[in-house]
Structure formats: structure tokens, C-alpha cells
Design a protein around this ligand. Structure first.
Ligand code: UDX
Length: 441
């Protein structure tokens, strides 16, 4: 096998597209595969089908190098690749907290049918612990090459908005492997990163699967911890911002992921903790992570509490009240609206009769598709026109920089709920605004 293995990336969504593009930029020959012909055509044409800063430039570079190609033909992938990365989604199942493994099972089966020589299949998707063992059996029983096909697990920790940075300079690499040969293949596939000093942890398959869900569980717990403190602050007159700041100077605690506010959303944290709870219960160790139910519940309560604040700013009822909702994406620098707290709040406001005018710098199309019943504005000014309450729900820089005097002249009433602790209360109050935020007196 060549020193530089030829790579395929199966599934060119957020994770897969970024991985395929970055690996080609790092010097590998890469073939990206997806069943969605439109997505493949867009990528081949140099267009990234989602918003991610820096990625379009990297795609251009990768395509120009001639090392990156895209196709919908999985048989081509099987013939081409030495190392195949599985990057398809594992969304939450409808009507159940469990992860839906349909796409993973399908792509592994389709690939296996075409594998006629020794190669390594590497899972990157976030899966319930034990999946890799099951997939190994599936692979080796379906593949014509049988046990010459091995499976490894290489969890991915990339954050939306920082996808390029997290792929090119990850905090660590985790290789879950079952043999020295598999380890050698992965070392060859990540040689430039390892040479640049990225720490490597080599584990067995179940540990590698668990690293990812436990990392996301820890991050979710940290966010819910500070939001739980915000709840206590609300009834004691304390200030959660100052509390978080004081905690952050303790190097054992640290300040990252300790930002209070509307809580976490997105395509990973919420569904990963639910799938983890579900999986541990299946395994009979549910009690070990039962605190994650509380983490989820605290997070959901932030959304309702934000609606309560907005209602109180509106004078006790939302019926017929125009609310300007700034933000739809689950976080800034992303157009992703999966389990977005901002849109959940907008929906809840709408349920109580408010007229919600939403504006987001990037997520408008996705938001419109998910919640067609809301009103979508063309700018901050358009969203704020005649609003009784302004709600800042996603902390885009564009919203942080709003001049309170300018906005004050557009709205009907100068009442604002800062769901993300993104604004300076002193400045806004000085400009005549009634400023409220979760966890602040
Ligand atoms: C997350 C993990 O960080 C990443 O390692 C994993 O691979 C995928 O899931 P991502 O979903 O892109 O990444 O977003 P992240 O930056 O982790 O933020 C998640 C949510 O938490 C956002 O809604 C964000 O607004 C919220 N958040 C984050 C807080 O409410 N407070 C914080 O202090 C940090």
C-alpha cells in the first residue's frame, strides 16, 4: 500500500465535506461520496452548500490542486480508497431519544459489497458505544474481501464556525483500533497533523466511541451548570455574569463553555446527550449518567424562561405583540438551525399570539424552511420596525455592534431581552432601554 493512502469520505455533509476538503489540502488524494447528487454537483463546482467561514477558500484550493474529486458512485469509492472515512449523520430518531443509525448501516453495507481488497474503514460519525463492534461484523460478513477489511474509530470534535481550524489543528486525535496494521494506516492518513505535534491517544474501539459522547456530555453539563446558577441568581438578586467571571479565574474550572444564557442547541450536544442516556439504559448503567436528564431539562427551561422575560417586558401578555427576534442560528457564524434555541423561543412566542419578526445574517433560508409560520425580515431595521420588545437570541457580532440610540428610534418601545448576555447593560440603559437578561437582577 502507498505511503500516502488514498482516502474516501462517505457523506459530504458538514463533517464530511470539511474533512474531505482539508485532507486534500494536506496533500492526500481524496474522493468525496454522497447520495445527494445536488450536493455533490455543488461541491465539484466549488460551492460549499452551507455557511462555514474559510471553507469555500479551502475548497477552491483543494479543487485547484487536482487532489479532490466528488462522486455519487460508492463502487468507485471502494475501488479507489485505501482508507474510507464514514462521515454520515446520526440524527435523533423520531419519537425516541436514540440515535438513528440507518445512514451509517446503509453506507457501510453499500461500501462493503464492493470491497474486494485489504482496506481500512474508519468511523467518524458519533455513534452509541458498541456500534463499531457490530459494524466490524457487518463489514467482514458482507465484504468479498472478508477479514482483510478492518474497522477503526476516529471521533471528530469539530465545532461549526471553526470547522477548518478544528480539522487542520485539532486539540487531539483519537484512534480507536483493533490492530497494529489499522494504527499504521491511520498514522499514514494523519501524518502531517501528527508531525506538527497534535497529541494522539490510541484506544480500543469502545473507548474511542465513548470519548466523543463524553466530551459533548461534559460541555453540555458545563453550560447547564452555569445556567442552573442563573436560575438561582434570578431569585436571589445575584448576577450570573459576575458569578461566571469569578469562577472562571479558578484554573481548575476555567471560563470556556461557562457563558450563561439561552443554552445549547445544534446538531450535536442535545441529541448526543439524549442518545447517551438511552444507550446507557440499554446497557443497564443508566444511573451513571442520569444527571444528563437534568442537564437537558435545565437547558430546555432556559427557553421557556426567555419567553417569560419577553412576556413580562410586553406587559404580561404576548397576544398581538410584535417581537423583534435577532438570531435564528443555534450559534453565531453558522447557518445551522437544528434544535436552535433562538427559533424555539420564536416558535413559543408565536404560540402565545406574538407577531415574531425574525432576522439572522445567514440562517434565513434554513429558518424559513423549518418554521414557515414566522415572519422573516430583511434586516435588523426591518425586524425591529414597530417592535414592542427586542429579543437578542443569537450573539452575532452584527447584533453586538448595534447602536442602542439608532435602534431606539425604530422600535415602538425600548424594551430588550438579551438572551445571550451579548450587550452591555450600562450602555443600553443609558440610551433609555429597559434591559433584561437571564440570571441578572
Ligand atoms: C459541539 C462540540 O463543541 C464539538 O466538539 C462537537 O464536535 C460538535 O458539537 P457545535 O455544535 O458546533 O460543537 O457548537 P458549540 O460551539 O459546542 O456550541 C454548542 C451550543 O452551546 C451553542 O448553541 C452555543 O450557543 C451554546 N453555548 C456554548 C452556550 O450556551 N454557552 C457556552 O458557554 C458555550
Amino acid at each position: 500500500m502507498s505511503e500516502k493512502p488514498r482516502l474516501t469520505v462517505l457523506g459530504t455533509g458538514y463533517l464530511g465535506a470539511t474533512h474531505a476538503i482539508c485532507m486534500a489540502v494536506l496533500g492526500y488524494d481524496v474522493l468525496g461520496i454522497d447520495t445527494d447528487a445536488q450536493k455533490i454537483a455543488a461541491l465539484a463546482d466549488g460551492k460549499v452548500p452551507f455557511y462555514e467561514p474559510g471553507l469555500p477558500e479551502m475548497l477552491r484550493k483543494a479543487l485547484d490542486s487536482g487532489r479532490l474529486r466528488f462522486s455519487t458512485d460508492i463502487a468507485e469509492a471502494a475501488a479507489f480508497g485505501d482508507v474510507h472515512f464514514v462521515c454520515v449523520g446520526t440524527p435523533q430518531m423520531k419519537g425516541s431519544p436514540a440515535a438513528d443509525l440507518t445512514y451509517v448501516d446503509q453506507v457501510v453495507t453499500d461500501l462493503a459489497r464492493n470491497l474486494t481488497r485489504q482496506c481500512l474503514v474508519v468511523g467518524k460519525s458519533t455513534v452509541p458505544v458498541g456500534t463499531a463492534d457490530r459494524l466490524t461484523q457487518l463489514l467482514q460478513s458482507v465484504a468479498p474481501a472478508g477479514s482483510a477489511v478492518e474497522l477503526a474509530w476516529n471521533p471528530e470534535f469539530l465545532r461549526e464556525g471553526f470547522a477548518v481550524e478544528d480539522t487542520m489543528r485539532p486539540d487531539r486525535l483519537v484512534f480507536g483500533v483493533g490492530s497494529g496494521w489499522a494504527l499504521g494506516q491511520l498514522e499514514a492518513a494523519f501524518a502531517p497533523l501528527l508531525e506538527s505535534g497534535v497529541p494522539l491517544v490510541v484506544t480500543d474501539l469502545p473507548t474511542a466511541e465513548l470519548v466523543k459522547v463524553s466530551a459533548n456530555s461534559f460541555l453540555a453539563t458545563k453550560i447547564s451548570f452555569i445556567n442552573a446558577m442563573a436560575e438561582v441568581c434570578e431569585t436571589t438578586g445575584a448576577d450570573v455574569q459576575q458569578l461566571a467571571k469569578a469562577l472562571s479565574y479558578d484554573s481548575r474550572i476555567g471560563g470556556r463553555f461557562l457563558r450563561p444564557g439561552l443554552g445549547f442547541g445544534g446538531g450535536c450536544l442535545p441529541k448526543d446527550i439524549r442518545a447517551f442516556i438511552h444507550r446507557t439504559e440499554e446497557l443497564g448503567v443508566g444511573q451513571a449518567v442520569s444527571f444528563l436528564r437534568e442537564v437537558d431539562a435545565i437547558n430546555q427551561r432556559r427557553r421557556q424562561r426567555t419567553v417569560d422575560l419577553i412576556r413580562s417586558q410586553a406587559g404580561g401578555s404576548l397576544e398581538g405583540v410584535t417581537v423583534c427576534a435577532l438570531g435564528a442560528a443555534f450559534k453565531p457564524d453558522s447557518d445551522d438551525v437544528r434544535d436552535a434555541p433562538a427559533l424555539d423561543v420564536a416558535r413559543l412566542l408565536g404560540d402565545e399570539g406574538a407577531v415574531v419578526r425574525v432576522y439572522d445574517p445567514q440562517a434565513m433560508d434554513n429558518a424559513r424552511r423549518a418554521y414557515p409560520e414566522l415572519v422573516y425580515a430583511t434586516s435588523v431595521a426591518d425586524a425591529a420596525a414597530g417592535a414592542r420588545v427586542v429579543a437578542l437570541l443569537t450573539e452575532w457580532d452584527q447584533f453586538r455592534e448595534i447602536d442602542p440610540t439608532w435602534l431606539g428610534d425604530i422600535v415602538e418601545s425600548k424594551a430588550i431581552v438579551d438572551g445571550r448576555h451579548a450587550l452591555d447593560p450600562v450602555t443600553w440603559r443609558a440610551a433609555g432601554w429597559d434591559y433584561r437578561a437571564l440570571g441578572r437582577a
